[in-house]
Design a protein around this ligand. Structure first.
Ligand code: CO
Length: 303
């Protein structure tokens, strides 16, 4: 493989393995009635106990929810009896980022949907090589989804994974969007087919619990300034959960934390990641793996 000199492929492989092991650990915890907060904290603790940081908060998105749900510090919600549960997990070491996801079907009714996302992912992985056009991958993902009687979600997709940046440069669509950008040898990417029995689009929901520092802003409140400084020092420019602040900024009330986060996002210093929900209320399955693009194939690292 032609490698980028400044890129440590050993570390990204370590991060991929840790992410995948944490994902499997989390999968074992997804049972009807289990608290979402407990699952998220257990998976995040598992990653930290192994000496890694988090690339982003553990996402536990259920049924029509496709992505970006992470529990609040006082979350009482539980895995529903017949839940279709997406777990999306990423470890981090330095600036090397992991990203992988699976779907657990507790109902037994969505086996075909989950299977379609898995087959779409495996089909896509089989196509990855240097020079492969991203729209060709998207076309196959859509073909697999449709042949199973479903549609892909068109406004979500895979992505390049660079140091410092989880959703970098190349976008790998879940349908043929006409983008003929070619994958490059040595590039690290994540492919994530989202498949639904709905419309094939997600919209932003009301809930926001994931944030990311994107800049600085002059804010008056001392509490807001201390939240901003804490985020910068501890979470750097990676996505974080509001609940992490509740746990780690001991002196601050939940009210003060929420007010600070609102003020910072209003001032343009924070990006927010609202929960993403299928537009027509369709059920959503997701499968995701991360890999290194090779000359004639790829090496999956979240394994
Ligand atoms: Co991803």
């Amino acid at each position: 493989m032609e490698k980028k000199d400044d890129y440590d492929y050993g570390t990204i492989k370590e991060v991929g393995k840790a992410s995948y092991e944490a994902l499997l650990h989390g999968k074992g915890l997804v049972k009807a009635g289990a608290g979402l907060l407990g699952i998220a904290e257990a998976v995040e603790g598992y990653i930290k106990d192994r000496g890694f940081e988090l690339a982003f908060p553990v996402n536990i998105s259920i049924n029509q929810s496709a992505a970006h749900y992470t529990p609040t510090f006082d979350d009482r919600s539980v895995v529903p009896e017949n839940g279709l549960v997406k777990l999306d997990v990423g470890a981090r070491k330095g600036h090397y980022l992991g990203d992988c996801a699976i779907t657990v079907d507790l109902s037994g009714n969505y086996g075909k949907l989950v299977e379609a996302s898995q087959i779409a992912l495996e089909t896509a992985i089989g196509m990855v090589r240097a020079g492969r056009k991203v729209n060709e991958i998207g076309r196959e993902i859509e073909r697999v989804a449709r042949s199973a009687g479903f549609v892909p979600i068109r406004n979500l997709g895979g992505h390049g994974v660079e140091q410092h940046e989880l959703h970098a440069d190349v976008f790998i669509p879940n349908y043929d969007n006409g983008d003929t950008t070619e994958l490059e040898e040595g590039q690290v990417i994540a492919i994530e087919p989202f498949i639904t029995n709905g419309e094939g689009l997600v919209r932003e929901g009301e809930i926001v619990e994931i944030f990311q520092k994107t800049g600085d802003a002059a804010v008056r409140s001392g509490e807001t300034r201390s939240v901003s400084a804490f985020v910068e020092e501890n979470y750097l420019t990676y996505p974080f959960a509001g609940r992490w602040l509740n746990r780690e900024m001991k002196g601050l009330s939940d009210f003060a934390i929420r007010r600070a986060l609102a003020e910072l996002s209003h001032a343009g210093a924070l990006e927010t990641f609202p929960v993403l929900v299928e537009k027509k209320g369709g059920m959503v399955a997701q499968s995701e793996k991360e890999m290194i693009v090779e000359k004639d194939s790829c090496t999956v690292i979240t394994t």
